[in-house]
Design a protein around this ligand. Structure first.
Ligand code: ADP
Ligand code: ZN
Ligand code: ZN
Length: 725
């Protein structure tokens, strides 16, 4: 008997081992500890076969089988195998990426009973919370549990600051909370669905039990989530599990609470913020069938499911669904593969679908489910361009925008300002000689963070103190150019001193729990001006927002990437979609220096849907994806010449393989050539059909490591790249 084992190493093959002398009967999907070089690694058995290409005396013996039963079912093994081939990535790295960290390390796959807690009658008594005024953490935990009459999964408390576990134990000792079993019945009532929602739900429900991909294209606030909930309920009624993927930024406590309130059964949540143990428990609950709905971010796609019935990918256009380092897979695309393999429906949802998915609809591969109207009484917001050419600006705000802010604030509205640049200012400049603070490790400027008195590079994380003097001419007249959210916050605080403000960006939410707090202030209406980067732009349902101001929508108009206009249109549409989501109408103002720009005009006059369809026609004319297929080979090294040499050698090697149809373009320097102290270059492969591209890659990639020039670079392959950086 021979075990074919995927070992976490960068080689494009599996390795043959003899089974250990004792232990459980080896089966595919079990973990096994094996000697590898001089190390012991945890691998996964992919196949058990009767023969090996190696002579018997060359085979090493596996050390130990780690599982009594397979951890990964056949379908996940098949999916990983498919992914390793499609992305030309080492199978051992793909397979280990599917496992929670604890399991990769060889820890036992032991499920513990659910860790649910609820408030007791004593805890609910009027004085209980007040009596904890000296124990802030306990009070915080109690408040959280008071909000959830059916109890809370302890994993959900993990976003609280400090030692919440200790606080929970203390509360239990005082008899204020107890451990309980997870609730099985839902408490929330669904709204009556409108005809479009109803049609979408029926279309999905009629495909339960077989494969079909459906694209739910619903304008912001059209009630997509309600459609998911209805389909999830129907799927549950058939006794099946569902997998719901969302981008990291969309996986808010509000969303999870909404699911918990509305769906019966147990939900498991999987995301990167969980501790290893919590992640493991959620993963095991999915695999055993204990959990009915699994909600997670990108990597949750690989979660084993005992009785799968439905996959949903929300915000399917979002870049966060694509892994941008290591094993560069797209969770949306692999979700389609998994759904097909399992023969179950896949629902992709977005207000701003990717051009790829729209193309699939046009080709008849996906069924298109439109939700063209906002749900309930909400009306679409009115969009207007503000021409700011030659206008006086106050911290980036035009007079017109300020005037509108005052009007909306006076009328008790909430104002959301969007500026996709954090920090105080993107440029620190010497007024005497023009010197600009740049990163010593990147071809990039340093961002000035005034509060911390630091300059930070947003590309490599490098930081240093703000200099007192110009580093060229020693002048002390250093000035900032442009605004970031930190500066805008100060300007707004001075301009509207009476109005409470919440700033939401990566800096203001760094501490655990602050994102929650800020969102809570936004939701409750306590904060009247909300200011933020794309963290604030997506997914949030903020019913009191009546005015959205987009400070600078020109950034996306001139991007080097062919997807820049698409991304710009998505971002503008998503931000604008935060306005007027309830009874009161919303207004959106976009400041621009290019009011006549055809892309902006098209987006404003016709909306995202028309914009996307026109963009698709342009892509067709230019033979860009999805009308052709790309792979990007990147290389980087400290030595400036090495990446180019390597890619040149790859190019020549590729040309020799003589695959017709595939264009090899480059090598060229990356748009930001130096980053984190390394020079970077890239080679683009383009083909009119997938097959010729993958035939070439299949022959080329396993050879790359053997090229002499490969030893002097780090290289990586990106199939279907989403960013050309
Ligand atoms: P989306 O996911 O498309 O942004 P949501 O499902 O969050 O939209 O719905 C937006 C708001 O409209 C929510 O407050 C939701 O409760 C409400 N809503 C959704 N569908 C209906 C409906 N059929 N009738 C009334 N309100 C609805
Ligand atoms: Zn100077
Ligand atoms: Zn840098």
């Amino acid at each position: 008997m021979i075990l074919q084992v995927a070992v976490p190493c960068p080689l494009h093959e599996t390795f043959d081992y003899l089974p250990p002398d004792d232990g459980p009967e080896p089966r595919p999907g079990m973990r096994v500890r094996v000697p590898f070089g001089r190390r012991q690694l945890v691998g996964i058995i992919c196949r058990v076969s009767s023969g090996s290409q190696l002579p018997h005396n060359k085979l090493r013996k596996a050390t130990e089988i780690l599982d009594q039963d397979p951890l990964l079912p056949e379908d996940v093994l098949a999916l990983a195998d498919w992914a390793a081939r499609y992305y030309h990535h080492p199978p051992g790295e793909v397979l280990t990426a599917t496992l929670p960290v604890a399991l990769r390390q060889g820890k036992p796959a032991q499920a513990t009973p659910p860790d649910w807690w609820r408030v007791t009658a004593e805890g609910r008594a009027p004085g209980a919370a007040a009596s904890l005024s000296r124990a802030a953490r306990q009070q915080q935990v109690l408040f959280r549990l008071l909000e959830a009459p059916d109890g809370v999964d302890a994993a959900e408390l993990a976003d609280l600051d400090g030692n919440w576990r200790q606080a929970l134990t203390a509360l239990a000792r005082k008899g204020l909370v107890v451990r309980c079993s997870p609730p099985r019945s839902a408490t929330g009532e669904p709204p009556g669905l409108n005809p479009e929602q109803q049609a979408a739900v029926e279309a999905i429900n009629s495909t339960l039990g077989r494969f079909r991909a459906l694209l739910l294209e619903g304008v912001t606030g059209s009630g997509k989530t309600e459609v998911y909930l209805a389909a999830l309920q129907a799927n549950l009624d058939q006794g099946r599990q569902a997998l719901v993927l969302v981008p990291e930024i969309g996986l808010t406590p509000q969303l999870i609470r909404r699911f918990r309130r509305r769906l019966p059964g147990r939900q498991a949540v999987l995301h990167s913020g969980l501790a290893d143990g919590e992640r493991l428990q959620a993963w095991l609950a999915a695999g055993s069938g204990e959990a009915d709905v699994v909600i997670g971010t990108r990597s949750a796609l690989f979660t084993p499911l005992a009785r799968p019935g439905l996959i949903i990918v929300d915000e399917e256009h979002d870049l966060a669904l694509k892994q941008q380092d290591g094993f560069r897979y797209h969770a949306r695309d692999l979700a389609a593969v998994r759904a097909r393999q399992l023969d179950i429906p896949l629902v992709l949802g977005s207000a701003t679908p990717s051009l790829e998915s729209l193309h699939n609809c046009q080709q008849g591969r996906y069924q298109h489910l439109p939700l063209p109207y906002r749900a309930g009484v909400a009306r679409p917001p009115a969009l207007h361009l503000l021409d700011i050419r030659g206008q006086p600006l106050e911290g980036g705000l035009s007079r017109e925008l300020l005037k509108h802010m005052e009007q909306h604030l006076d009328a008790e509205g909430q104002v959301l300002l969007f500026l996709n640049r954090r920090g105080y200012a993107p440029v620190l400049l010497c007024h005497d000689c023009g010197w600009v603070a740049t990163c010593s490790r990147c071809d990039a400027r340093m961002t000035w963070h005034q509060r911390d008195r630091r300059l930070r590079c947003h590309h490599c994380g490098h930081e240093r103190r703000v200099p007192e003097q110009c580093q060229d001419c020693r002048s002390t007249d250093l000035r900032s150019l442009g605004q970031g959210t930190e500066q805008l916050e100060q300007i707004l605080a001075a301009r509207f001193p009476e109005v409470p403000l919440a700033r939401i960006d990566r800096d203001s939410t760094r501490r655990k729990g602050t994102m929650e707090e800020l969102l809570e202030r936004a939701h409750s209406g306590e904060a009247r001006i909300l200011l933020g980067t794309q963290m604030l732009a997506k997914g949030h349902h903020l019913p009191a927002v009546t005015l959205v101001g987009i400070l600078d929508c020109d950034q996306g108009l001139f991007g080097a990437d062919f997807r820049a206009p698409e991304r710009m249109a998505q971002l503008i549409t998503q931000v604008a979609g935060r306005a007027g989501r309830a009874e009161r109408a919303g207004e959106v103002l976009l400041q621009t220096h290019h009011p006549e720009h055809p892309l902006l005009q098209l987006l404003l006059r016709e909306g995202y849907s028309r914009f996307a369809r026109e963009s698709l026609a342009e892509r067709a004319a230019a033979a860009l994806p999805p009308f052709s297929h790309l792979a990007l080979l990147r290389a980087e090294a400290v030595d400036a010449g090495a990446p180019r040499n390597f890619l040149q050698e790859v190019r020549e090697h590729g040309l020799q393989l003589g695959q017709t149809g595939v264009l090899l373009m480059g090598p060229v320097p990356a748009p930001m050539e130096r980053r984190a102290g390394r020079y970077r270059a890239q080679l683009l492969l383009q083909a009119p059909d997938r097959r010729s591209l993958h035939t070439l890659l299949g022959r080329l990639v396993p050879e790359l490591g053997k090229l002499p020039s490969a030893r002097r670079v780090r290289w990586s392959l990106d199939v279907d790249p989403q960013e050309m950086l």
